[in-house]
Design a protein around this ligand. Structure first.
Ligand code: ZN
Length: 133
């Protein structure tokens, strides 16, 4: 079951510039973390049940680097908090939605995450996120 929007992922070239902007908007930086599995450095800003997740690439072959190269900076993915990640992946697959990740993998904040393929989801990169907090 989808519970709420866990976070909105926003691709930025420069994490410090992104942090400065969201602080100017009045959000409070919660933490900064490197996620080696996605080759990104992320900064979290809580906003109700949701977080703004700024993503800056740490390598040229990072998926976020490729995203910025083709589409520029901006909203990169939307993550739904789910109660049972393997079950949600199975449900999506049986509904003929293409998966990028067939198995959960480690994301930021100790969460398990998996992405659905944007070709199956009207162009939106959707993440399922089993939050640990
Ligand atoms: Zn995410």
């Amino acid at each position: 079951m989808i519970k709420h929007i866990s976070h909105i992922g926003i691709a930025v070239k420069d994490l410090d510039a992104g942090i400065a902007l969201y602080e100017k908007l009045g959000l409070k930086l919660e933490s900064i973390e490197e996620v080696p599995s996605q080759k990104v450095k992320v900064a979290f800003f809580p906003c109700g049940d949701t977080r703004i997740e700024l993503l800056a690439p740490t390598a040229k072959d990072s998926p976020v680097a490729k995203y910025i190269e083709t589409k520029g900076e901006g909203v990169q993915h939307i993550a739904f908090a789910v109660d049972d990640l393997p079950a949600e992946l199975q449900k999506a697959e049986s509904s003929e939605i293409r998966l990028i990740d067939k198995e959960p993998r480690p994301g930021a904040h100790g969460a398990d995450i998996a992405f659905l393929h944007p070709k199956s989801t009207l162009g939106v990169l959707i993440e399922f996120c089993k939050e640990k907090h």
